[in-house]
Design a binder for this molecule. Structure first.
Ligand SMILES: Nc1ncnc2c1ncn2[C@@H]1O[C@H](COP(=O)(O)OP(=O)(O)O)[C@@H](O)[C@H]1O
Ligand SMILES: [Mg+2]
Length: 304
């Protein structure tokens, strides 16, 4: 059994009768120390998938397990970095991280905690800003703090939910390199969610595309057999990089990623019947007018 396992996981939202299945029958295996990227459309259920692994939501059917233990709630063995930075604005960088460290390692001495925090702040290159508050940091710096906080919790699994999505292209590129480097150096098991195939290829060991919803399913597992460190400029001309990207995009654009579902909807048509201009204006002495009718028609339509 792999370190992180999803077996037959489905999850939907809404009440009975208006329920939308977001994820359908997902199987996923991630080995210890592996860096896997899930690449998918916006709204396809990527955050839902991360929430299920994090234990913030529970599947309708199927199981999520880590190290052979079923996930039944959130826990410190899984560190999460969200797309929005989720830092407390009135606390400094050090205090934001201390909040997590104090809770997880209550028995450590103050000096040890401080050294642990400063080490992780240094890891993301923010030593100079350790006493600043979030408002005094750029978006990229805030996201570095989130990464440092997640790493300082020393989790077994690092869950990254589109962590770089809100950043400008240049900052994004820098952080892709940094997180890729820190990730592989830490030896942690990492699941990265992204909507950018290139980001996945640059950072991960393996990529799994997630199809469009509703009822999104995971595609084939694509191994990124490119040497590290990966140089984004050189990669652009690398035939293997192009082949991997083509494979991901082909699946995401192909029929496997777009399930069509048949739904029954009540359509309310305009209360009017068009006039047939072929008929004479007057019929049997009665002047013809466009007729109204009141009716509702039930039809089956295909949604894509
Ligand atoms: N708590 C919820 N209640 C109802 N619908 C939800 C909830 N969370 C997500 N959804 C719906 O599930 C779908 C997938 O959402 P999400 O997992 O956030 O997608 P992604 O992260 O890929 O953009 C969306 O259609 C969203 O509206
Ligand atoms: Mg999301």
């Amino acid at each position: 059994m792999a370190f992180l396992e999803l077996k037959g996981v489905s999850k939907g939202f809404g009440t009975f009768g208006h329920r939308t299945e977001v994820l359908r029958d997902l199987d996923l295996s991630v080995e210890r120390g592996e860096f896997v990227a899930i690449v998918g459309y916006s709204g396809s259920g990527k955050t839902t998938l991360i929430n299920l692994i994090a234990g913030l939501q529970l599947p309708d059917s199927g199981t999520v397990s880590i190290n052979d233990l079923e996930v039944t709630g959130p826990g410190p063995d899984r560190g999460i970095v969200f797309q929005n930075y989720s830092l407390l604005p009135w606390l400094t960088v050090r205090e934001n991280i201390a909040l997590a460290v104090d809770q997880l390692f209550p028995n450590w001495s103050a000096a040890r905690k401080r050294q642990h925090i400063d080490h992780h702040v240094g890891l993301v290159g923010l030593s100079h800003a350790v006493d600043r508050r979030p408002a005094e940091l750029s978006g990229g710096m805030r996201q570095r703090v989130s990464v440092a906080r997640a790493l300082a919790m020393d989790p077994q699994v690092l869950l990254l939910d589109e962590p770089l999505g809100a950043l400008d292209a240049l900052t994004r590129a820098t952080l892709q390199d940094e997180i890729g480097r820190i990730g592989s150096a830490s030896g942690k098991t990492i699941v990265l969610i992204t909507n950018d195939p290139d980001e996945g290829i640059l950072m991960a060991d393996r990529i799994i595309p997630l199809g469009a919803g509703p009822g999104a399913t995971l595609g084939p597992s694509i191994v990124v057999d490119l040497e590290r460190p990966r140089d984004r400029k050189a990669l652009n001309h690398d035939p293997r990089f192009k082949a991997i990207r083509a494979e991901i995009v082909r699946w995401l654009l192909g029929p496997g990623a777009h399930k069509s579902t048949s739904v029954s909807r009540k359509l309310v048509l305009p209360d009017l019947e068009p006039e047939d201009l072929d008929l004479p204006r007057t019929l049997f002495g009665v002047k013809r007018v466009a007729r109204r009718r009141s009716e509702q028609v039930r039809e089956n339509i295909e949604l894509r």
